[in-house]
Ligand binder design. Structure first.
Ligand code: SF4
Length: 124
C-alpha cells in the first residue's frame, strides 16, 4: 500500500499558486485564528501548535525518498513565520540538503510575525 510521505492533519490549505509544491506542515493551525471571515483552522484538531522538529525532519526525509524532484515547498499551516528565526533556518537548511533542486520556499504568515522576523530581509 502506498502512503503519502507527509503526516497531514486535515484539512490542509494552500494557495492555488502552490498546487505543484510539496506542502510541508511546520505548524498546526494558525497562531492568531481570530479573523472573523476565516474558518480554516477552527476545528479542534487544528488547534495551534508548532510541530516537533523531529516530526518535520522525518517528513522531509520521507519526501526526499519518495520524490525525485522537489523544486518548490510550501510551509503550512496558517502562519509558519510565527516560528523562531533559528527554527526556520533549520528547516530551510534541512530542505536544501534533502532537495538539491529546491528553488522556492513560501508560506502564509501574519504580517506582525513577518515584521519581527529577521528573515524578512533574508535572501539565498
Ligand atoms: S491569520 Fe489567516 S489563517 Fe489565521 S485566522 Fe486570519 S485569515 Fe485565518
Amino acid at each position: 500500500m502506498h502512503s503519502f510521505p507527509i503526516d497531514y492533519v486535515e484539512p490542509v490549505f494552500r494557495p492555488p499558486s502552490e498546487a505543484k509544491s510539496l506542502i510541508l506542515p511546520v505548524t498546526n493551525g494558525c497562531s492568531w485564528n481570530n479573523c472573523t471571515f476565516c474558518e480554516m483552522y477552527t476545528q479542534p484538531q487544528k488547534k495551534f501548535r508548532a510541530r516537533k522538529p523531529e516530526d518535520v525532519r522525518r517528513d522531509i526525509a520521507r519526501a526526499a525518498e519518495a520524490f525525485d524532484s522537489v523544486p518548490r515547498v510550501f510551509l503550512a499551516d496558517g502562519d509558519a513565520m510565527v516560528l523562531p528565526t533559528r527554527r526556520l533556518l533549520e528547516i530551510l537548511a534541512d530542505l536544501k540538503q534533502a532537495f538539491p533542486d529546491l528553488r522556492r520556499v513560501s508560506s502564509y504568515c501574519l504580517p506582525r510575525n513577518l515584521a519581527k522576523n529577521p528573515l524578512k530581509n533574508w535572501q539565498s
